[in-house]
Design a protein around this ligand. Structure first.
Ligand code: SF4
Length: 387
């Protein structure tokens, strides 16, 4: 009998209270979908999610799962009873690999309360990502983040909660954020010793309200790079491991779920727009929330990947990790041999100070230097041209 492979389960919750000015993700402000009938709307959405989880149980029959991730949008809008229903549906359709399943919920500070955190814990959530973004009221105004920042009382209560892994999402490189302001903010947050911090450089996406307010993106990107370098120094001096481009953790607290994305492990996504990945097969749904509420996509679109596309994707995701990739992992995951041309290009990148190539134990490890990470997209394109 074959042993089931562990997959990650991603649950997409595409609702937000209002749209932030920098956001280009697909999410729908709840006011556009209902007139104050939120519990009814969310209940219907969860019914559809459970239909989808059950309807695709043949597809997932060969898998157990060891992580569930509630992302969005704003998953904490659902509330603990609906989150518990989804977790139960996942458990009833495929088995957990063991007792220590990682269950992560992204939580907007507006939805936070000690009682709700306790309820989420009771539902099985053991990792909570508090979407701080920035504590600085003026910088929140710059990016059009309308919700109030978490205050000291909320942070105290969040970090006092036992038996959860405390994760923070922050944004750096906001116009007007100088080194002093960044250091002050990090000092306040790191005093709580969060086990995990995701730090994203503000991206000025086309056609967002923010892009219309910040025309000089070239000037900004130099500042952003400086801020991110300062952030890395502060995080590392504070004992955090920089394990992925945007992610830092106390050793041992990496996100197991997100590691699946970067190491080519399978994951199953539910909800409109969610992707699923099974090695060379990728499935995705193209439905809008409105279409999904009418009828979930039981059969998502199949995107069968050729070897070259899989190899490019492996480079793109695996090289985000500071530890990089090994030749053996590349060959196992993609089914392609790592060619001499590709290895030669890594050697050239090493001479340019953009990559490191380390031999050992009968294998070779390739990773980007910090300088290389700042040019990652272009470097992966250079490598992919040789596949
Ligand atoms: S809360 Fe998050 S997903 Fe929603 S609009 Fe703001 S940035 Fe986008």
């Amino acid at each position: 009998m074959s042993v089931p492979v562990n997959a990650g389960v991603y649950i997409h919750v595409p609702f937000c209270r209002s749209k932030c000015d920098y956001c280009s993700f697909y999410s729908v402000p709840i006011g556009a979908l209902c007139d104050g009938e939120r519990p009814g709307l969310f209940g219907r959405y969860v019914d559809r999610l459970i239909d989808e989880i059950r309807g695709r149980s043949d597809e997932t029959a060969a898998y157990s799962f060891d992580t569930i991730y509630f992302g969005g949008g704003t998953p904490s809008l659902l509330g603990a009873p609906l989150v518990a229903r989804i977790i139960d549906a996942v458990r009833s359709c495929f088995s957990p690999s063991g007792p220590d399943c990682e269950i992560t919920l992204e939580c907007n500070p507006e939805d936070f309360s000690v009682a709700s955190l306790g309820e989420y814990r009771g539902a099985g959530v053991n990792r909570v990502v508090l979407g701080v973004q920035t504590l600085d009221a003026q910088l929140r105004g710059v990016i059009g983040r309308r919700a109030k920042a978490p205050d000291t009382a909320m942070l105290d209560a969040f970090f006092a909660m036992k038996d959860i892994v405390h994760c923070l999402d922050i944004i750096t490189g906001i116009p007007g954020q100088n080194g002093g302001r960044l250091a002050h903010e990090l000092e306040r947050l790191l005093a709580y010793r969060p086990e995990h911090v995701s730090a994203y450089i503000l991206s000025i996406e086309k056609d967002t309200p923010l892009a219309r307010r910040v025309p000089d993106t070239a000037g900004l990107s130099l500042e952003q790079r400086r801020r991110f370098e300062e952030l890395i120094v502060i995080m590392e001096e504070s004992g955090y491991t920089h394990y992925e481009v945007s992610n830092f953790c106390v050793p041992g607290f990496e996100s197991r779920h997100n590691m699946k994305y970067w190491t080519f492990e399978p994951y199953v996504g539910y909800g409109p727009g969610a992707h699923s990945f099974y090695g060379s097969r990728r499935l995705y749904s193209t439905q809008t929330v409105e279409e999904y509420l009418e009828r979930p996509s039981i059969t998502p679109v199949l995107d069968e990947r050729g070897k070259d596309a899989a190899a490019e994707e492996f480079l793109l995701t695996g090289l985000r990790l500071r530890r990089g990739i090994t030749r053996s992992a590349f060959e196992k995951a993609t089914g392609s041999r790592m060619t001499d041309a590709l290895i030669g290009e890594f050697d050239r990148l090493e001479k340019e100070g953009l990559a490191l190539v380390v031999q050992g134990g009968g294998d070779v490890r390739f990773r980007f230097t910090l300088e290389g990470l700042f040019h990652m997209d272009g470097l992966v394109a250079r490598l992919a041209a040789l596949l």
